[in-house]
Design a protein around this ligand. Structure first.
Ligand SMILES: [Zn+2]
Ligand SMILES: [Zn+2]
Length: 182
């Protein structure tokens, strides 16, 4: 996919964010403010000051909105859901250069809260994916006990598991064992 650093980065961030939700089959990944601070650190979300319980509540709600975009039944639904999210988000485009990355766009408002920051940058990244006609790359893992989401960046859009090192391997081993038993 011919996407720049910021877009690839924002897509990876929204995938990580959605996958903290228990609705993707695992434990609560944002159980408290420490988890939230760790997410901000790991995803290098810039310009974020002290986090409050309000931030935690807002980010947990936002990830469910994003999850609905990933699990939308068709492109029209994904567009509708994303438009609602973008309409509720303050967006201020600005060109920036930081941390060794070439000039790229940021979309969050200068005084954005963490949820607003994520809604703006991740929302725009998903919007570009839809504009490119790549909605189908937004996937949910095919492993039976996993509902984690991912963006399929494979050339032929053939990826079905959330992470080839975990679910992919696990499923291959299970299929191998099943064949041996047969
Ligand atoms: Zn940046
Ligand atoms: Zn999985």
């Amino acid at each position: 996919m011919p996407f720049g650093h910021d877009m690839v980065y924002s897509l990876a961030t929204v995938v990580d964010l959605v996958n903290t939700s228990p609705s993707t089959g695992g434990d609560e990944g944002l159980a408290d403010l420490d988890d939230l601070a760790e997410f901000v650190r790991a995803r290098q979300v810039s310009g974020i000051e002290a986090l409050t319980p309000r931030d935690l509540g807002q980010v947990r709600m936002l990830r469910e909105d994003f999850h609905r975009v990933f699990t939308a039944t068709d492109q029209a639904n994904a567009v509708r859901l994303l438009n609602t999210l973008l309409a509720d988000t303050r967006i201020t485009p600005s060109l920036t250069e930081h941390d060794g990355h070439p000039v790229h766009m940021h979309y969050f408002a200068p005084d954005a809260s963490l949820a607003e920051h994520l809604a703006a940058d991740c929302g725009i990244a998903l919007a570009h994916l839809l504009v490119e006609g790549e909605w189908e790359r937004l996937r949910t893992c095919s492993a039976p006990d996993c509902a984690r989401v991912f963006v399929d960046e494979s050339r032929n859009r053939s990826r079905v598991y959330c992470d080839s090192r975990t679910c992919g391997n696990r499923m291959h081993v299970a299929a191998y064992r099943a064949r041996r038993r047969a």
